[in-house]
Design a protein around this ligand. Structure first.
Ligand SMILES: [Zn+2]
Ligand SMILES: [Zn+2]
Ligand SMILES: [Zn+2]
Length: 465
């Protein structure tokens, strides 16, 4: 078992959990423990079984037998989820592993089991030593060797107290040697050759409760929800940030709907007490360096006041356990039903059609008030509310006689930034200059270069093209 200092590193915790998820039975057991259906898991002796003990609650809960139940408990203890406490020790035959052993006592000199216990008398005249029974004959003591009558203790004979005597070699001794006879294979083993098996009672490591409660249900449902929205989900995703540093994002959800690639960095912070500012800051820096602006933090049990303020300021969506539980589960396949088709359009109306098919609400010539107080005009503002997060895409349609220069791209980027819209799409007719293209890439603007757009059929009130 690995020694840890008691803190769960997210990556380590994640790995442990992945293997629990693979093992449905272990997961089921943990769920039962969390639901307090099982408090202490104690063994019961049962010498009719091969192991000699059973865990009845585990066997009943999981419908498994003997060794399988022990293997599940041990794997959870190895992962630090359950704590072992010593319950008892079982002896096993070193030859056949049977626990059906019987102790037997032996002569320390010749090893014979033919020993007798009793009051030991000695006849000093002839030197004979034996148990009292050997000396009695018709109510008096007679030395069995020399047949002399022994009348007075301390004179004719002496008593050495209650001891043992070997009937095979005559050795008199105080302590016999303990050996174990296997009732299955009949072999006799010395005490120090016997296999010892510790058996344990198990209980939940309470410091892991919050983490487990999240991992076992809300997390599975949350990941499921993301997948239903069409996201590809990677747990413990490794990303290299702009700074060159490698980051691990607890859950990374990515979806490319043709118009924009949406990436959500999801951090998971679970503590016994409130989560502090440092953890939130870490996460924010990681997401920023990885170029991800949609940020969700799952916080259990809650945030400190200052951390809460910071999260809201940095536009980090905070989900607590109760929020996760309130998210829709199962049901409609909202994301997967969206038709995946190439993003192709020949006119603005086709573009809008496409967006609507992808589940966006579309507003043309949208007025958005920026942080600076200025009102910005966004050619097409596409909004998609996924419940967990709202995606807003600013789409600019810029047309000119020749490729658009840096100034046009810069101006759009600036407007979107001030409006607080991070997903930016630029439709450039007939294209961009090299310099403008590079700038767009660096600023995370997705560019579609089109030769020309079909003119819109003359409809009501479309003042500018
Ligand atoms: Zn004698
Ligand atoms: Zn002996
Ligand atoms: Zn045996």
């Amino acid at each position: 078992m690995k020694e840890t200092d008691g803190t769960v590193e997210p990556a380590e915790a994640g790995q442990a959990m992945n293997s629990i998820e693979e093992d449905g039975l272990a997961m089921k057991l943990v769920a039962a423990i969390l639901a307090s259906k099982l408090v202490d898991i104690k063994p019961q002796f049962d010498f009719t079984t091969e192991l000699g003990f059973v865990y009845p609650v585990v066997e009943q809960t999981l419908n498994v037998k003997g060794k399988e139940a022990v293997a599940i408990l041990e794997s959870l203890a190895d992962k630090g989820i359950l704590k072992r406490s010593f319950f008892d020790k079982l002896l096993r035959c070193p030859r056949c592993q049977s626990i059906n052993l019987r102790p037997s006592t032996h002569c320390p000199k010749c090893g014979s089991g033919n020993i007798v216990r009793g009051r030991i008398l000695e006849h000093p005249a002839c030197g004979y030593v034996g148990v009292e029974d050997e000396f009695t004959s018709a109510g008096r003591y007679v030395c069995p060797r020399c047949k002399m009558d022994l009348r007075t203790i301390g004179v004719d004979y002496q008593s050495r107290g209650v001891l043992r005597k070997c009937r095979d070699c005559g050795e008199v001794f105080n302590t016999s040697v303990l050996k174990w006879r296997c009732l299955k294979c009949s072999s006799l083993a010395d005490e120090d050759k016997i296999d010892e098996l510790n058996i344990y009672a198990y209980s939940l490591d309470e410091t892991k409760r919050n983490w487990l409660e999240f991992e076992l249900q809300p997390k599975v449902q949350f990941v499921d929800l993301l997948r239903r929205h069409g996201y590809e989900v990677t747990e413990n995703a490794r990303l290299t940030g702009r700074s060159g540093a490698e980051h691990c994002i607890d859950i990374l959800a990515t979806r490319d709907d043709g118009v924009a690639t949406h990436s959500i960095a999801i951090g998971v912070e679970i503590a016994r007490e409130k989560v502090g500012l440092d953890r939130i800051l870490d996460f924010d820096v990681k997401a920023y360096d990885s170029g991800i602006h949609d940020k969700i933090l799952i916080i259990i049990p809650g945030l400190s006041k200052e951390a809460e303020k910071f999260a809201s300021y940095q536009k980090i969506k905070v989900l607590k356990l109760e929020d996760l539980n309130a998210l829709p589960t199962g049901g409609a396949q909202t994301g997967r039903e969206v038709v995946k088709e190439p993003f192709e359009f020949e006119s603005k109306s086709q573009l809008i059609q496409y967006l609507k098919k992808q589940g966006y609400k579309v507003k043309e010539n949208a007025k958005v008030k920026g942080r600076s107080g200025a009102a910005h005009n966004i050619d097409v503002l596409a909004t998609r509310d996924e419940g967990i997060i709202i995606h807003r895409i600013a789409i600019a349609i810029e047309a000119a006689e020749k490729p658009l220069g840096l100034d046009r791209v810069f101006e759009f980027d600036d407007r979107a930034y001030d409006a607080g819209i991070m997903d930016k799409v630029l439709i450039a007719v007939p294209g961009l200059t090299g310099e403008a293209g590079q700038f767009a890439e660096r600023q995370g603007i997705r560019v579609f270069e089109v030769e020309q757009l079909e003119p819109e059929p003359p409809e009501e009130g479309s003042p500018e093209s």
